[in-house]
Design a protein around this ligand. Structure first.
Ligand code: ADP
Length: 603
């Protein structure tokens, strides 16, 4: 469907896409890019020179007097033609090599931008499907698109330069030929624009499906998932689903490719028709004596050259159009708000004294009910505070908000009485060590797994060992084949697997190593047995050495010695106090505590 405004709109779009693409290539590889443009100008001049050399050769052939002098008069035009042809070839091959280098530079710069953006935005953006789709599109395109964009840009520059060069020689031969040639490019330009639009739409439509398909492939091939997939016998189900999705994609692709090919054939037929008309016009010019035979011969060569240059120009434009969606995504990220990073002056973070949540509400995007619904929490330096509640009550969400990973929808989070949004967010996070239940098991060495707690600082093996000792990880890490230098994954040579409970201790050691005044442990002990969990909690106070901890657990018995216990239920704090106070209240805590104690005694 083409609206009357569409051609202008798409021209404007082409203009902005070209401008942005040039900008990308320019900023990623200035010097080689200048070299490339210089080479393209050389090629263009050589190409135009070739046309003149052909005319020169033909005039010598047609000149009876020159023929009487034997081969001599042919030497200059033939050598000129040979030299210019060689120059065009050499320039072409140099361009290909340099183009490859420029393409890689653009790819590197683009990866840099994508990674910076992905790590720069707040965690909340990852909850939005729209954002995630866009990020995924960029990630999956980041390998191929930069090369295409670079090639498109180069094709546009090269073909423009060559067309101008050849165009000038054609005008020199006979100005009447030029308009005819320019019209020759119109059919291809029209159809290629439509083709690009089809390509856009196809890409957008398929993004979600390709993502789901990639995810299923990951489930079927990833190590961590392998055991559950086998235990539940999911192979057939997942493989079938994968094939079905691929089948749908293929049939969509077939329809899409058919449409594109039809357009392409129409464009080429149109171009051929215009070419035939041009040649007829040339014959007419010869017939009426407007142009000589040598001029006509050179014009035929020029017409062929120009037609292929126009084709290469439309090809370049089409490539850029097709990468348009990708470029839009890049553009949006580069110029878009960088969440917390681009704010004005921010305050330094004072030494931790207290953290207060007041009437905090938070709803995940796309969820009808709030995950947190008016939560008040108070944490004071040196305290060990526990947060308990059943699954889904909002504990992890609360931990994320306290760690500054999500801003609340409403309500306030105050650090020493000042709203946390006033602080530099990365400095604030450096004051907090948080380990989530689904912490990351880095396929790096044991030393690095703990050292990542303070990745900005040089590794201090003594402190790493001290943190490991406090988390109860030192014994088994020291006993690994290569001690702390052992990679904790068999993905790498000499790697060694450790158990779930051992991983948990390594993650806790990472949090301790961070030496942050506030430690948040979100169900840090779910893979530990109750006795180990109890030991971990009771040793926490000594380990923390005056630091503050929020300990999240669904095992009520573990946290009974906490300074204060908050009981979360359906996103609300329903009770808080010490264990004894809560037991005396005979409320939810007392009920769940007794329930768990009974189950524990009976087991
Ligand atoms: P808990 O840690 O107590 O098990 P959570 O904080 O993980 O509870 O979850 C609280 C509520 O928020 C649950 O209803 C859960 O389904 C929902 N929830 C958690 N994470 C997300 C998410 N990323 N997107 C949407 N809903 C979520």
């Amino acid at each position: 469907m083409t609206t009357p405004a569409a051609p202008r709109k798409s021209l404007r779009r082409l203009g902005s896409l070209l401008q942005f693409s040039f900008g990308l290539v320019w900023s990623a590889a200035r010097a080689p890019f200048v070299g490339l443009v210089a080479l393209q100008i050389v090629s263009a001049v050589a190409l135009a020179g070739q046309v003149l050399a052909v005319q020169l050769t033909l005039s010598v052939i047609l000149d009876a007097k020159a023929r009487e002098q034997g081969l001599l008069p042919f030497v200059f035009p033939v050598v000129l033609l040979a030299l210019l042809t060689a120059l065009t070839a050499v320039a072409g091959s140099l361009q290909a090599s340099l183009g490859r280098y420029v393409g890689e530079s653009v790819a590197q710069s683009m990866w840099g931008q994508i990674l910076e953006m992905a790590t720069g935005v707040g965690l909340r953006r990852f909850e939005s499907t729209d954002f995630y789709d866009r990020l995924e599109r960029m990630r999956s395109n980041a390998l191929s698109r930069p090369f295409q964009v670079t090639n498109g840009v180069l094709a546009v520059i090269g073909a423009t330069a060559a067309s101008i060069g050849v165009g000038i020689t054609i005008v020199a031969l006979n100005p009447l030929l030029l308009p005819l040639l320019l019209i020759g490019g119109v059919p291809m330009l029209l159809t290629s624009r439509r083709e690009s639009r089809l390509e856009f739409r196809f890409n957008v439509e398929q993004t979600q499906r390709i993502r789901l398909r990639t995810y299923i492939a990951l489930l079927l091939t990833a190590r961590d998932e392998a055991k559950e997939v086998r235990a539940f016998g999911l192979q057939r189900f997942l493989t079938h689903r994968f094939s079905r999705m691929y089948d749908t994609y293929r049939s969509d692709l077939a329809r899409h490719v058919r449409r594109r090919s039809t357009l392409n054939v129409l464009g080429n037929l149109g171009a051929a028709l215009v070419l035939a008309l041009t040649l007829l016009a040339l014959m007419w010019l010869i017939a009426v004596g407007q142009i000589g035979i040598a001029g006509a011969g050179a014009a035929i060569v020029a017409i062929r050259l120009l037609a292929s240059q126009i084709q290469s120009l439309t090809g370049g434009v089409q490539t850029i159009f097709e990468s348009g969606l990708f470029l839009d995504d890049v553009h949006e990220f580069v110029t878009g708000e960088q969440d917390e990073q681009s704010r004005g002056p921010v305050r330094d973070v004072p030494e931790f004294a207290s953290l207060d949540l007041d009437d905090v509400r938070f709803t995940y995007p796309g969820r009808p009910e709030p995950a947190l619904d008016g939560v008040d929490i108070h944490l004071e330096a040196g305290e060990v505070v526990a947060l308990v509640g059943e699954n889904g009550s909002g504990k992890t969400t609360l931990a994320k908000i306290m760690a500054g990973l999500y801003p609340p929808d409403s309500g306030t989070v105050e650090w020493n009485g000042t709203d946390v949004s006033a602080f530099d967010q990365s400095r604030l996070r450096s004051q907090i060590a948080v380990i989530f239940q689904d912490f990351v098991r880095y396929a790096f060495t044991a030393e690095e797994n703990i050292g990542l707690g303070r990745a900005d600082e040089p590794v201090d093996i003594e402190k790493i060992r001290a943190a490991a000792r406090e988390a109860g990880a030192d014994d088994f890490l020291a006993a690994l084949p290569d001690g702390y230098r052992t990679p904790l994954s068999r993905l790498f040579d000499g790697g060694h697997e450790i158990s779930g409970g051992q991983w948990q201790r390594v993650a806790i050691a990472r949090a301790y190593y961070r030496q942050a005044p506030l430690v948040i442990l979100d169900e840090p002990s779910s893979a530990l047995d109750p006795r180990s969990e109890h030991d971990l909690f009771t040793s926490l106070r000594a380990t923390l050495q005056g630091r503050t901890a929020l300990f999240v657990s669904h095992r009520f018995s573990t946290v009974r010695s906490a300074d204060r216990i908050y009981v979360l239920d359906a996103g609300k704090v329903v009770e808080h106090g010490t264990h004894d106070e809560l037991m005396a209240r005979q409320g939810l805590y007392a009920e769940l505590f007794s329930l768990q104690a009974d189950a524990y005694l009976r087991s």
